[in-house]
Design a protein around this ligand. Structure first.
Ligand code: NAP
Length: 288
């Protein structure tokens, strides 16, 4: 029931039509009996500052921010959480005195997803495939969580090299190294966790994969694909065939949303409710 006391949250992005975030937040409100509604806001190019000011003027409790505005929104915020500052991207705005505070819940979301799947980061040797916005954030998370070694590769190697340099600088370490795809296939070591952070294999290109060589998949014990549509990517299939555990990115999506909801409502969402929302998300994806 929407009434005079209903609070509003929303998603700022372009486009926003295919978002699953309303499923997460509106189901949370229903389960937790919160008088809160979540809606998508399609913000056109060049309108981010107006969108933030408008949200403030309309007393909107909080927003998620998605592509292409996760960095562009930062100058218009009152405060910035230190992790979001390190990552250089904000996906959640929380109303504070005089404006919004920006957080990045994508990476804490990935961490919580991995914990729930029993996947460790601390002390692990990790490979990141890709060097886009999310891959950079993953490199920061892995360094923060004290992965033993982080190898990052990308079609455009220069971008991987830049991330390695920046993240090593941020953490005053030499943990991150950029490598070519060929170098990955020739790794002497085994026992890597591989995080797939490119858009290769995203529906409708379900048959595409960033790395096809079997040799690579024998070096990894776990494949974590940040793509969630399709539910089982070719990357996951090749990893499973080689005997590795394989996970998709749907739980990351789930937990980035849950953490945002917790920030807006100053509450903790139980594992039981999280599991129910996860089932709703899977159903929404199937129905798409
Ligand atoms: P992005 O900044 O556009 O980066 C795209 C990455 O994919 C780059 O490394 C790019 O390489 C690589 N790539 C694209 N097409 C390629 C091709 N044909 N061959 C080789 N490499 C290719 O994207 P992003 O925002 O980081 O997102 C990356 C992925 O994360 C997306 O698939 C998205 O679905 C997923 N994601 C998941 C969640 C979640 O909650 N689970 C949240 C956000 C994003 P170049 O640098 O060489 O172009």
């Amino acid at each position: 029931m929407i009434d005079g006391k209903t609070r509003t949250c929303g998603l700022i992005g372009n486009p926003v039509e295919h978002t699953l975030s309303p499923v997460i937040h509106n189901t949370l409100s229903e389960k937790l009996a919160q008088n809160l509604v979540y809606v998508p806001f399609h913000v056109k190019e060049g309108m981010v500052e107006d969108a933030v000011k408008g949200a403030r003027a309309l007393n909107i409790l909080g927003c998620n921010v998605t592509v292409p505005y996760k960095s562009e929104v930062i100058p218009f915020l009152k405060e910035l959480d230190p992790l979001a500052e390190k990552i250089g991207a904000v996906n959640t705005l929380v109303s504070v005195e005089g404006g919004y505070k920006g957080y990045n819940t994508d990476m804490p979301g990935l961490l919580r997803a991995m914990e729930s799947d029993g996947v460790q980061i601390t002390g692990e040797k990790v490979i990141i495939l890709g060097a886009g916005g999310v891959a950079r954030a993953v490199a920061v998370l892995l360094a923060q969580q004290k992965a033993e070694q982080i190898l990052i590769t990308n079609r455009t190697l220069q971008k991987a090299e830049q991330i390695a340099q920046e993240v090593n600088g941020l953490f005053q370490s030499k943990t991150v190294s950029a490598v070519t795809l060929e170098e990955l296939c020739g790794l002497k070591d085994e026992g890597y966790l591989a995080i797939q952070a490119t858009s290769v294999g995203l529906h409708p290109h379900d048959d595409e994969v960033i790395i096809g060589q079997d040799a690579f998949y024998h070096k990894i014990h776990t494949a974590y694909d940040l793509i969630f549509n399709p539910g089982e990517t070719k990357f996951m299939k090749l990893a499973a065939k080689a005997g590795a555990k394989a996970y998709n990115g749907l739980k990351m999506l789930l937990y980035q949303g849950i953490i945002a909801y917790e920030l807006w409502n100053d509450m903790a969402v139980s594992d039981e409710i999280a599991a129910e929302i996860y089932e709703r998300l899977k159903k929404a994806l199937k129905d798409e």
